[in-house]
Structures are given as C-alpha cells and as structure tokens.
Design a protein. Structure first.
Lengths: 113, 116
C-alpha cells in the first residue's frame, strides 16, 4: 500500500521569506512523487515531479523539491514566497508500476504581506 | 499543452435526478482518465479509473451503479451521478494522463455539484 503524509495543516510565512511544505511517503519499490497546487474552487495544477535522476527537482513558479530516499521525504520549497503563493498544496505518490495516485491531506499555505 | 476541461463547472439539481459531468482532454489523447471526489477542506478521493473503450475500475466503496463512467473516446470521459441525493453534493475533479508522459496526471478545473 502507498501513503503520503503532510504533517502540517497550515503553514504561515511572510512574503519574501523562504517557504517549505513537508511531505513524507511510503511506497513499495521506486516512488514517483508529485506536487500539485489548488486555488479555491479550482482543480489541481501540476507543479513538479520526481521520477528518477537528480534529487533536486525544479518546477513551475520558482518551486523546487528535494527527494530524500533515506528519509522518504519530498519537501516542497520556494526561496522567496509571494502573496499569490497562498493556496492549498498537495503531495502525491504512486508506484512506478501502477497508475493510482495517492494524495496527502494537503497543506494550506498563507503568505502574509 | 496537457489541458483538461470539465463541464459544467457547477450544477444544482433536485434530489432524485441524474447529473452528467464531462471531462475532456483538449490538446492530447488521454489513454486513462480518473475521477476524484473532494469534500470541503479535504484531500482528493479516487473514485474510479477509466480507460478508453473498456469498463471503469472503481475503488472500494464506490457504487458503480450510482456513479456511471463512460470513456467513449480518447478525449472524453463522462461521470453520471444517478438518482442524486444531498449526500452526493461535492466537488468532482477529473484528471487524465498524457500518452507520452503517462506518469503525470493533469487535472480539470472541477465541477461543484449541489443536490437539493
């Protein structure tokens, strides 16, 4: 079985400060890891993914994430947060061989001016 | 590229009626489409996986006779909520995988259903 944990329900950060959203996962075999962002009453927008290769993955809107196999983590980061980054962020995982995506519970990010 | 649309974006219906939601991949052929349900302030729950031309695979606990899924073409999947009841009120989101990049799911904007 595969699972994802996002330990923080909400993250508050001041605009211009670094933003980190935590994610840990559990999966059999090699993981495919994803981050999505959701704005109110909208679907999910793809930010980035890790499949293989470099552990540091760069994605849309200045976001990046680091795959850490030993800690089974895939934390999302942005060096300087913007007010417009305020949204709901979902981490997701799937097994390499399957197509079923399992989502974490989501972390609400609030960036204050 | 990889744009997914849903129609309608919101719908209000009376209890006992059926509602059809369409999910379209606009600029790619989607070999697989997924239907999710999202309750307020909660994560996404996978309802079913559909492949073009074959029967959908439903997740445990999802009634296949209540949530009818049809994937008639490589760009269109439909979800019909039959005999809707207030407890079916939710945000329904579809996603699709691109044929040449099968691991990434691209999501539609969602459909909010309110059953009175």
């Amino acid at each position: 079985a595969q699972s994802v944990a996002q330990p923080e329900d909400q993250v508050n950060v001041a605009e211009g400060n670094p933003l980190t959203v935590k994610c840990t996962y559990s999966v059999s075999g090699n993981p495919y890891l994803f981050w999505y962002v959701q704005y109110p009453n909208r679907g999910l927008q793809f930010l980035l993914k890790y499949i293989t290769g470099d552990n540091l993955v760069k994605g849309s809107y200045g976001f990046e994430a680091e795959f850490n196999k030993s800690q089974t983590s895939f934390h999302l980061k942005k060096p300087s947060a913007l007010v417009s980054d305020s949204a709901l962020y979902f981490c997701a995982v799937k097994e390499a061989a399957g197509n079923k995506l399992t989502f974490g519970g989501g972390t609400r990010v609030l960036v204050k001016p | 590229g990889a744009v997914v649309s849903q129609h309608p974006s919101w719908v209000i219906c009376k209890s006992g009626t059926s509602v059809k939601i369409e999910c379209r991949s606009l600029d790619f052929q989607a070999t697989t489409m997924f239907w999710y349900r999202q309750f307020p302030k909660q994560s996404l729950m996978l309802m079913a996986t559909s492949n073009e031309g074959s029967k959908a695979t439903y997740e445990q606990g999802v009634e296949k006779d209540k949530f009818l899924i049809n994937h008639a073409s490589l760009t269109l999947s439909t979800l019909t909520v039959t005999s809707a009841h207030p407890e079916d009120s939710s945000f329904y989101i579809c996603s699709a995988t691109h044929g040449t990049e099968g691991e990434t799911q691209y999501f539609g904007p969602g459909t909010r259903l309110l059953v009175l």
